[in-house]
Ligand binder design. Structure first.
Ligand SMILES: [Zn+2]
Length: 237
């Protein structure tokens, strides 16, 4: 059984791969797990011996198929627990990450599969990130765009956050933005990338900082239903 710190390393490397880094450097891993380069090197050597990492001196590391499966399993537990905490225990989405960091290390596959079934095989965690299925693959891969890059004057809906830090989620709360919030970008300012947006069909346009727009995933919303008010039969009304 891998220890929790081994698991954290695997997860950190998986995250860096997901961010598009093919071979991951020791320094970037050390930063991610908040450890020193020296102890990170020692850990990476250990993971290599177990066959979870492909380690090429001076070129960084890469998860092997076996290592990737292990990392996806951890991610699966983490995201399922977050779903459970929000859906079943009534936590807010900015309260669950730290708790899930601990729960993800409970390794029983039977428990994880039952939790998954209990929750109805959810596709996304409360932050909009995809949950891997028992086969270690994501159930859902869909086209989503960063709000910062989304087209203007089109109905968008918030489907995820890039940065799940509690402080960012709380800031979104202040702005009145959560998963499912509808946004229309009406203008994009070339100077700094800030946006004029209309939130949930509000009458007022609001200015959104680039730091927020770069951290929100959006998808095109289904066309809003056209509500036709029936004409009254009674001319006196
Ligand atoms: Zn989390």
């Amino acid at each position: 059984m891998p220890t929790s710190s081994v698991e954290n390393y695997l997860k950190a490397i998986l995250h860096l791969h997901e961010e598009g880094v093919d071979r991951v450097s020791t320094t970037s891993i050390a930063e991610k797990v908040e450890s020193t380069p020296a102890s990170t090197s020692a850990m990476l050597a250990k993971l290599g011996v177990r066959g979870w990492l492909d380690h090429e001196p001076y070129h960084g590391v890469q998860l092997t198929a076996k290592g990737r499966r292990m990392a996806m399993e951890i991610l699966r537990r983490h995201r399922l627990w977050e779903r459970f905490l929000v859906d079943q225990l009534g936590f807010e989405w900015d309260q669950v990450h730290e708790i899930a960091e601990e729960l993800e290390h409970v390794g029983s596959t039977e428990l994880t599969n039952r939790l998954d079934a209990f929750l109805g095989f959810p596709k996304r965690d409360p932050h909009g990130d995809p949950i891997p299925g028992p086969n270690g693959r994501f159930r859902l891969v869909e086209a989503r765009t960063l709000l910062a890059e989304a087209p203007r004057n089109i109905g968008l809906v918030v489907v995820g956050v890039v940065d799940g830090r509690d402080s960012f989620l709380r800031h979104l709360g202040v702005l009145g933005i959560e998963l499912g919030t509808r946004i229309v970008v009406t203008a994009r300012h070339a100077f700094d990338g800030s946006l004029n947006v209309r939130i949930n069909d509000g009458a007022e346009e609001e200015l959104l900082a680039p730091s927020v727009a770069e951290r929100l995933w959006v998808d095109q919303s289904n066309p809003a239903p056209v509500i036709v008010f029936p004409e009254s039969d009674n001319p006196d009304n």
